[in-house]
Ligand binder design. Structure first.
Ligand code: SIN
Length: 281
């Protein structure tokens, strides 16, 4: 069956029909899926048989797969895949105060080379709840008042893993801390593939806007987040079993919803950075 892309109503999102994890992905199909991701920011592949080597190959087509900083949750079949589990009663289940990712963030923004995209694949879902939210950061930028656009142009922000995650991230080991120093990124980025401007700050990892005082930075970030998180820029993904969600991490931020008590288990792949940041940002 040929791949078919069906745009969803709302600020972002498309369904991808016809992908088969029992067959290698053709170049033609990859190009369609990648383009759908650029066009719609979030792509949903509704039914995909679980096949970890296929998932890894699929992820690799988009760019380098980056092992997550929390190496204790790497998948036994490949460190490029992480397990995000809760309430499963197994030793891969996380016991942080809040579920992993239950705060607004863009993956790896705390790295010098942040992530282009993320893929989440569901292997266990709760009967109720456990959705994933995403916000469209192109629309957030485009709809800012002109005065604010001028104010933030050229500003930079410092990012740190676990900065403001409300108990959703475990404490890092000394080695994990040492290998992940704070990093600085522009507040306004240009997506290297779509050439569109976007707002590149997120509440989970951004500590401060560097060119202004702490108080000014706090106020400005609060204003930017209140704007970016308006409902009209948000997409709510409801999980089914064996579903995959892909998110363009440059053009969006996302958050897991902390509202379930039954088992939930996801496989996650993080696509690394494929752009030369100094040139595109
Ligand atoms: C994540 O942010 O990495 C996980 C999101 C989710 O589990 O819904």
């Amino acid at each position: 069956m040929a791949i078919r892309i069906e745009a969803l109503d709302g600020p972002m999102g498309a369904l991808v029909h016809g992908l088969d994890s029992r067959k290698p992905l053709s170049d033609e199909d990859f190009n369609l899926v990648e383009q759908a991701m650029f066009d719609h920011i979030a792509i949903v592949i509704p039914e995909l048989e679980e096949n970890v080597p296929w998932l890894r190959d699929f992820g690799h087509r988009f760019g380098p797969l980056v092992p997550h900083i929390l190496d204790q949750y790497h998948h036994p079949e490949g460190y490029e895949v992480s397990i995000i589990a809760r309430n499963t009663g197994t030793n891969e289940s996380r016991d942080t105060a809040k579920p992993a990712g239950a705060f607004w963030h863009s993956d790896l923004s705390y790295e010098e080379n942040p992530s282009d995209a993320i893929f989440l694949y569901s292997t266990q879902i709760p009967g109720k709840g456990g959705d994933t939210l995403a916000a469209n950061m192109y629309l957030a930028y485009d709809s800012l008042p002109e005065k604010t656009k001028q104010r933030i142009e050229g500003l930079t922000a410092t990012h740190r893993f676990g900065w403001n995650t409300g108990g959703a991230t475990p404490k890092l080991t000394q080695k994990q801390r040492e290998t992940h120093p704070d990093v600085v990124h522009p507040v306004v980025r240009t997506h290297a593939r779509t050439r569109r401007k976007l707002l590149f700050v997120n509440p989970g990892y951004v500590m401060k806007i560097n060119e202004v005082s702490q108080a000014e930075s706090d106020d400005l970030l609060e204003e930017l987040y209140a704007h970016a998180l308006k409902p009209e820029f948000q997409f709510r993904h409801q999980w089914g079993l064996n579903m995959m969600l892909g998110l363009d991490n440059r053009a969006s931020m996302h958050a897991a919803v902390d509202d379930y008590s039954q088992p939930r288990r996801m496989l996650r792949m993080i696509i690394g950075c494929t752009e030369k940041l100094g040139e595109a940002a």
